[in-house]
Design a protein around this ligand. Structure first.
Ligand SMILES: [Zn+2]
Length: 414
């Protein structure tokens, strides 16, 4: 079954959308009817499963926000009627912060990480050091499932006890890593201290930003090829990098939308919006699950041969978003641009409003007196990313309070 599903990895985007739509309609009219909470949700929205004929029809169906889950589960414990089996017929039940209870059912591949790992170069016979926690939350077990399904052996290392982990990984000749990028760095440093060599050749990292400088360090200093992915505890795999390492391909087992978090309309191609996914899973009825994560996508052809679009990375959480002159501004976007200018020590975006017009100024601190053209360069880069004209000024070091956030919104809305 997994092999058959893997063939969908190379469909054109339109074919993948057709495939997903058909499967989701089958689930909605079939297995998902066994979830009373799902049935009443779509009934309350005034839609019937048969209304899903084309990929665009999905927009008629209600969105399920991650932030709503604790309330939905709390009013009808444990799963708000959103799963299709009784809790005792699950494989595992997790408790994630929120609190959110996550069901894990008896399916050959419940979380579908095989494509992500295979694209990172994992294969049968590999020994994988799995540095995600196995306690209460899904991460450890979900990545183990994917690695096992590819025929890899897994060391259930979890996080912490780095000295023992280094010893075990060295003795057992672990050649692959799954975990946080920052924790891989911790292990590599620990190994150097212990004068042991970690035989790692490849790493799949997730759940934390992977700076390109760190990826380069893993490759150049340690010979570890690093690829990243994106998913959530509720969903499992959503997107993953191929061998090119430039953006994360949409996983074909989820129908992925990028929506304006306020209007819930699709954003224009390339613009940032909230990642909303419908998962092809007969047990958990995740229909239009809004992750709260902000991303954008590129739709041009990838040299790897996969035709699916690619997420450009996770910019941050939707609830941190600010709108300036009708356009989204996210602290993550600002931080990304500012990180390219090493002479900038600190910055903040100050948003003001006069005569019904928003204005944004970037105030920055530097140890040097920055020439006008550097400030202009920064302004240009910000304009490319935010599509907003922004004034950039240098202010004396020490002006920005220590506890200030990256966005100082001073607008008054009377
Ligand atoms: Zn690719």
């Amino acid at each position: 079954m997994i092999n058959k599903e893997r063939d969908i990895e190379y469909l054109s985007y339109e074919e993948a959308l057709e495939f997903q739509t058909t499967r989701i309609r089958e689930l909605m009219t079939g297995d998902w009817q066994k979830a009373p909470g799902f049935v009443s949700r779509i009934r309350a929205a005034g839609v019937v499963p048969e209304a899903l004929r084309s990929p665009q029809d999905i927009r008629q169906f209600p969105i399920l926000k991650k932030s709503e889950l604790p309330g939905i589960q709390g009013s009808d414990p444990p799963f708000g009627g959103l799963i299709t089996v009784s809790p005792g017929h699950l494989r595992r039940i997790y408790s994630s912060p929120g609190p959110i209870y996550d069901p894990d059912g008896h399916l050959p591949s419940y979380y579908r990480w095989e494509r992500s790992f295979a694209a990172c170069g994992f294969h049968e016979g590999d020994i994988v050091l799995n540095c995600f926690a196995y306690h209460l939350t899904p991460a450890g077990a979900m990545f183990e499932e994917g690695a096992n399904n590819l025929g890899c052996a897994v060391i259930p290392a979890g996080i912490g006890n780095s000295e023992i982990q280094v010893q075990v990984a060295a003795h057992l000749k672990a050649n692959a890593y799954v975990g946080l990028p920052s924790y891989l760095k911790v292990l590599l440093q620990k190994a150097e201290e212990m004068k042991l060599e970690l035989p790692l050749e490849k790493a799949f990292v997730i759940a934390e930003k992977l700076p390109e400088s760190l990826r380069a360090e893993f490759q150049d200093s340690y010979g570890i090829r690093t690829r990243q992915g994106y998913g959530t505890a509720e969903v499992g795999a959503i997107a993953y990098e191929c061998e090119e390492g430039k953006g994360m391909h949409f996983d074909p087992s989820v129908l992925l939308e990028i929506l304006d978090p306020q209007t819930q309309d699709p954003v224009s191609q390339g613009d940032p919006g909230e990642v909303v996914v419908t998962v092809i899973n007969p047990i958990n009825t995740l229909l239009r699950f809004a992750t709260g994560d902000l991303s954008s996508a590129v739709y041009d052809a990838c040299p790897c041969g996969r035709k699916s679009p690619r997420l450009t990375g996770i910019l941050g959480r939707v609830d941190q978003i600010t709108k300036v002159r009708g356009l989204f501004v996210h602290p993550g976007q600002l931080a990304e641009v500012m990180a390219r200018f090493s002479e900038v020590n600190r910055f903040r975006a100050v948003i003001t409003r006069e005569r019904a017009m928003d204005d944004m100024t970037i105030e920055l601190e530097s140890a040097l007196t920055l020439p006008g053209n550097t400030l202009e360069d920064i302004g240009k880069r910000l304009k490319e990313v935010l599509k907003l004209g922004i004034e950039v000024v240098q202010i004396p070091s020490g002006t920005i309070p220590e506890d200030a956030g990256p966005i100082d919104d001073r607008r008054k809305w009377d």
